[in-house]
Ligand binder design. Structure first.
Ligand code: XIL
Length: 389
């Protein structure tokens, strides 16, 4: 259909005729060029859209308040995740006093720019409000009160954005990094309420918004830990949850890589496929690839080869995503080195995103474009002449 209308409009010939000189004449003399070879809009979101994949980024207020970032955000991405704005500590800093301002602004921005939203995150041990953790520690919040507060939190937040969130990261980072791995007994939620609280959170979230896709999200669960121990444990737990009828729709692999550690794109593909074999959707939810740099302001890799390892690992991740049809979104954790969380969390490291500190696209950006182009359009068939038959 697209092909016919393109040719009817004088497609390839029209393009060629518009370009004076050699390129145009050469194009006319060559065998007819399929319109499939004409570039679609050259953006990450535009290319991914051709195969129904969404390209996302985490967003912090800086992105929305800085016009140059704001423009890239709208142009390149088709799904957004609040970097912090939907975490419990952000939305209810004081008990019973809510601050939805950043989350509302982001959801509004997304809707204006034809973007979907990944809600992040409802049940996590980090970035909880102080009043909650202090109350639990000093015994003024009992286990049953904590359970009630969590239920209320999930219904309040999921209910507020009901119908406007595509995927919710319901539960985040519950498994240990040990071999064998398992649900961390020392996790804040597990130690206070037992491991069944995770499945319960999914049930509450589903009740609060039956149409949102509900995800379990974690790091090092696809291709990253060298042994697949954590992936094995998460896989076994997911199967058990599904057997129990827990409403889980998908698994998010965060994808925080570091060039000093091993990573296998093949393994990532296999691990994602294995989750998908359970009937689940999968997503890459927080991709970045960090390396050692000269300093946080400039973020130039100190090792020349790392400058190539960084885009290579982004390439491996997007290839894994493309290879698994159940993978519905590929999200980077911020798109500019200037607003990445990495320099603040990993001493001496940076260069983790796809745009540099001056918001110029890096090799990793072009790597993603290249892979998406191949993924969306396929490599063109070889042009063969008589002599090569
Ligand atoms: C990070 C944010 O990017 C930082 O701004 C914040 O200070 C700490 O959290 N895994 C997750 C994310 O699921 O929520 C974390 O985000 C990064 C690791």
């Amino acid at each position: 259909m697209r092909r016919r209308s393109f040719l009817a409009m004088g497609g390839a010939a029209g393009v060629a005729a518009a370009i004076p000189g050699s390129a145009a004449t050469a194009a006319v003399r060559r065998p007819a060029v399929s319109p499939r070879h004409v570039d679609p809009p050259g953006t990450l979101r535009g290319l991914a859209e051709l195969i129904g994949l969404r390209i996302g980024t985490a967003v912090i207020p800086f992105d929305l308040n800085t016009p140059a970032y704001n423009a890239v955000l709208a142009e390149q991405f088709s799904v957004v995740t609040p970097g912090n704005a939907m975490k419990w500590g952000s939305v209810e800093p004081t008990k019973g006093v809510f601050d939805w301002s950043d989350a509302d602004t982001l959801v509004g921005f997304a809707e204006q720019h034809d973007q979907l939203v990944r809600g992040h995150t409802l049940l996590w041990h980090n970035q909880l409000p102080d009043w909650l953790t202090t109350g639990v520690a000093n015994g003024t919040i009992s286990s049953s009160a904590l359970m009630g507060l969590l239920e209320q939190h999930i219904f309040t937040e999921v209910g507020r954005y009901r119908g406007r969130i595509w995927q919710w990261d319901v539960a985040n980072e519950f498994f240990t990094d040990a071999n064998p791995s398992g649900i961390n007994p020392n996790d804040f939620w597990v130690s206070n309420l037992g491991p069944d609280i995770i499945g319960q959170a999914f049930r509450w979230a589903h009740e609060a918004d039956p149409h949102a896709l509900l995800f379990y999200n974690d790091y090092n669960i696809a291709g990253e830990d060298g042994t697949s121990a954590k992936s094995d444990a998460v896989f076994a737990w997911l199967r058990q949850m599904l057997d129990q009828g827990v409403p889980i729709d998908g698994v998010g692999n965060q994808g925080h890589l570091d060039t000093q550690f091993g990573f296998s794109g093949t393994r990532m593909t296999q691990d994602l496929q294995r989750y998908a074999s359970l009937g689940l959707k999968v997503a890459i939810t927080e991709a970045d690839v960090r390396t050692f740099v000269d300093g946080p302001a400039t973020q130039v890799p100190t090792d020349n080869l790392a400058a190539f390892a960084q885009p290579y690992e982004f390439g491996q991740m997007i290839k894994a995503a493309l290879a698994v049809p159940e993978c519905i979104s590929f999200t980077v954790w911020g798109f500019g080195d200037a607003d990445s969380w990495v320099p603040g969390f990993f001493t001496g490291e940076g260069y983790a995103t796809i745009y540099d500190v001056k918001l110029q696209p890096k090799l990793a950006f072009f790597e993603l474009m290249q892979e998406l182009k191949l993924g969306a359009l396929g490599a063109p068939r070889r042009v063969t002449g008589r002599a090569h038959r």
